[in-house]
Design a binder for this molecule. Sequence first.
Ligand code: FES
Ligand SMILES: [Fe+2]
Length: 386
Amino acid sequence: MASKAANASRAASTTPRRRAASRAAYLEAKLGFRNYWYPAVFAHELADGRAIGVRLLGENILIRRVGGVPMAVEDRCLHRGVRFSRKPECYTADTVTCWYHGFTYRLSDGKLVEILTEPGSSLIGKLALKTYPTIEAKGIVFVYIGERAAGELAGDVPPNFLDPDLEIDGIRDEVKTNWRMGAENGFDTTHIYIHRNSPLVTGNSIVLPLGMYPNDKHGFSTYTESEPKGVLDHTFESYHPVFEAAIDGQTVARSKGINNQKIVAREVSIWMPGALKVDPWPDPALIQFEWYVPVDVDVHMYWRVLGKRVGSPAEAAAFHEEFETRWKTLALHGFNDDDIQAREGMEEFYRNDDAWEQEHLFKADSCIIEWRKIASQHNRGLQPFA
Ligand code: FES
Ligand SMILES: [Fe+2]
C-alpha cells in the first residue's frame, strides 16, 4: 500500500543529525543487502554444459545448468581455495571437478563425491560446498544471497517486471564504482542535465527537460508495507520541468527536447535491493528496468533491461529485433553510457566515508534522501565487508 511521503522540501532540509541516523545502515551497505534475489547472468549466457563464475556482493559463485536447471555453488575449492571458474572441468552433467587436484563436487547439494587423485579418500562425503538457490525468469538467472529462506522473486524485483505479457531484453556491464553510485544516479531526477545532448532526445523525439524539481509536497510515494519496498517519483505530475538555463540573464542551455512530442519517464521508482524502473522509457511503448548489483565495494554490475508488452510470438520477435537494431545503440548506450561516466565522476568523492557528511543536497534530491531512508530502515540484512 502506498503512503504519501513527507513533505519533499522538508525532507531536503532535515537536520544533519536526523538525516545521518535515518540513513545509517545504507552508509554501511557498501556490499549491499543480504536475503534478496539478484540477477546473476542472462539465461542465454548459460548454454547447457557451460559453467560461469560470477561475483555477487563479494561472494564468488559458480553457475551451471544441470538438466536445464541453473545450479549455483560457492566458486572456491575446499582443498586449497582456488576458483573452479578459472578453468571449469565438468566430466559429468551434475558435477564440477577442481582443475588443481581433482576434488569433485555434486552441483545440486555441493557434496564432495570423488577425489580424482586419491580414490576412496576419507574426505569424500564429509565436505560440502555452500549452495545458492536459483530462479530463471524473463531470460535472467537470479541467485539468492542470504541465510533466511528465499521468498518469492516478485518481492525482490520492480513491479510489473514479471508480468506475463512483458517481453524482456537487455545488457549487463561492470562499472567501476560502488553500487550506491548507480542507484543514486538512476533515481536522481535532475541528473537528466547530463543527457541533454544524447542522440536519443532527437533520435526518438522525446520530451526531455534540462532538469526537474518537485513543485509540491507530494512529489513521491513510499512503499514500505508490502514487497518490494521502494520509492516512486511522480515525475510527470509533481515536478516542474526546466527547459532553459541562464547565467546572469543570458541563456546558456536549451533543451533539445522542448518541442518534441513523446512523453516518457512519467514515473521513476527504485526498489529494494537496488533496482530502478522508468515507466515509460525510452519510448512510450517501453519500460526500462535497471539493477545495480554489488560485485565488490568498488565495482557493480549495471543491468540495463527493456520491457515491451507483446501479444504474440511474432511481436516478441519483432521487439528483440528492434532492441538489437535500435534501442541498444540509441538508448542503452546512446543515453545510459552518460550515466556510467557520472557514477565514475562521483566515485572518488564518495569512496571516502566522510563524503556523505560533506555533500550539499538541494530540493530535487528529496527522492534520494527518501531512498536512503527506506534502504536503511527496511532492508533484510547487511552484507558484511572486510
Ligand atoms: S585446490 Fe582444488 S583440488 Fe586442490
Ligand atoms: Fe541517466
